[in-house]
Design a protein around this ligand. Structure first.
Ligand code: GDP
Ligand code: MG
Length: 436
């Protein structure tokens, strides 16, 4: 799926010190391929990736965040923007407000009508469902069963074979009964055809809906985009409902439809049960497409808190293999600025559970800070000179044990080794070990 492909693409960047022309080009190509595999059409995919590349290359390096993660954030923001940025509500003004439901047969119109009725009813409004599918014999019964489930009245005329007049009568009835919202469920064909289009257009003309929602099955991939375009050309609808996102639908349809018809997606449907309805949040959909959990908020926090100049200075020292205990100390202060360590750890996918019962607070840094503060400037710069007698002095001075001093020294040495290795990778002297 898209997220695992993106993950692979992004993994290429992981562990690399910075985003450069070379490493971003390969990754962007992978991302474009992944998007296209997820049913995003070529033009859209290319537009997205061109923009991502431009953004990525303009970014400053952040020490706390790997370039791979930064790229994820860029991709995420881009996808969110492409899907409309903000959540868009449906328009329920009017007395009564009239919502017309359109789409192909089997797309999920009737199911969605029931769900929407329940959603609006929960919001405290009096709703009426109107059954305008005059072709399928069981269509009226299906809507009646759903209406009963959610406790919403259904208006139907089993003998009437004119969808326009049923819709008009239904609205008339709603007015008489003091209903505030009318949801008009209509018939669809298996494929777009002129007769169906004429009928739905005539219904629209007659009842002047406050909101026209186009329902589309997300499993139909590229076809979904073409269908959306045809319906929009004829109806100029107000919003899209994406159904069957509970299956292994590829999220790409959401992106492409939005791009091609320039209408917001307002709801997503994720199952046959009446509860399986969600409003559409572009940022959540982007996360879902990326499958990256809360990495994004972590990156955001890091970006807010990190002093870019300081980051740049330390980065330079790392590149020159001159990273010292002073730099380590300064990094600790930066990390502390980012807020509660436990919260931050909790944002890393898979880490939330692991740190649930562990006591990690900024206080955990206290002994480390004390040890570093007990070192002389010379020792901080060149930890190699710290012999056993110096260790003993540092431990006493910082109120810690020799064991704690040893641990920190070992951690610091490991970090430096890691940095030296990364530098060699960047200079092309060494190949990056492949990640699991
Ligand atoms: P209509 O012809 O457009 O009115 O479509 P229906 O509402 O009758 O739905 C067609 C089929 O799709 C039915 O079997 C529904 O139960 C099923 N369906 C509708 N929405 C969803 C959904 O979000 N997820 C899943 N898995 N099935 C759905
Ligand atoms: Mg139906």
């Amino acid at each position: 799926n898209l997220s695992s492909k993106l993950n692979t693409a992004i993994r290429t960047l992981k562990g690399q010190g910075r985003i450069t022309d070379v490493n971003v080009a390969a990754t962007v190509k992978e991302i474009r391929k992944a998007l296209m595999d997820a049913d995003v059409n070529y033009k859209v995919a290319k537009e997205i990736t061109d923009k991502i590349k431009e953004e990525a290359l303009g970014q400053k390096i952040l020490i706390a965040v790997e370039p791979g993660q930064m790229l994820v954030k860029i991709v995420h923001d881009e996808l969110t923007g492409l899907m409309g940025g903000e959540k868009k509500d449906i328009n329920l003004k009017g007395d009564p407000a009239v919502v017309l439901i359109a789409g192909l047969q089997g797309s999920g119109k009737t199911t969605f009508s029931g769900k929407l009725a329940q959603h609006i009813k929960k919001g405290g409004r009096n709703v009426l469902l109107v059954a305008c599918d005059i072709y399928r014999p069981a269509a009226i019964d299906q809507l009646k069963v759903l209406g009963e489930q959610v406790g919403v009245e259904v208006y139907a005329e089993p003998e009437n074979k004119n969808a326009v007049s049923i819709a008009q009568n239904g609205i008339e009835y709603a007015r008489k009964m003091g209903k505030k919202v009318v949801i008009v469920d209509t018939a669809g064909r298996l494929a777009v055809d002129e007769a169906m289009m004429n009928e739905i257009a005539a219904v629209k003309e007659a009842i002047k809906p406050t909101e026209i929602l186009f329902v589309v099955d997300s499993m139909t991939g590229q076809d979904a985009v073409n269908t959306a375009k045809t319906f929009n050309d004829r109806l100029n609808f107000d919003g899209v409902v994406l159904t069957k996102l509970d299956g292994d639908a590829r999220g790409g349809a959401a992106l492409s439809i939005r791009h091609v018809v320039e209408k917001p997606i307002k709801f997503i449907s994720t199952g046959e049960k009446m509860e399986a309805l969600d409003q559409f949040y572009p940022d959540r959909m982007a996360s879902r497409i990326l499958g990256m959990g809360d990495v994004l908020s972590l990156v955001e926090k890091a970006q807010q808190a990190f002093d870019e100049e300081e980051a740049e200075r330390i980065n330079k020292k790392i590149r020159q293999n001159q990273f010292s205990f002073d730099d380590f100390y300064s990094q600790l202060q930066q990390i502390k600025k980012m807020g509660n360590i436990k919260d931050l750890m909790g944002m890393i996918p898979g880490m939330g559970q692991a740190v649930k019962d562990v006591d990690i607070s900024n206080d955990s840094f206290k002994p480390i800070e004390a040890i570093i503060q007990s070192m002389t400037p010379a020792e901080r710069k060149k930890p190699d000179i710290i012999d056993p007698s110096r260790k003993k002095r540092i431990a006493t001075g910082s109120g810690t044990s020799i064991q704690q001093v040893n641990n920190l020294m070992k951690q610091f040495e490991d970090m430096r080794k890691m940095m030296r290795m990364m530098n060699k990778v960047q200079d092309g002297k060494m190949k990056m070990p492949t990640l699991p």
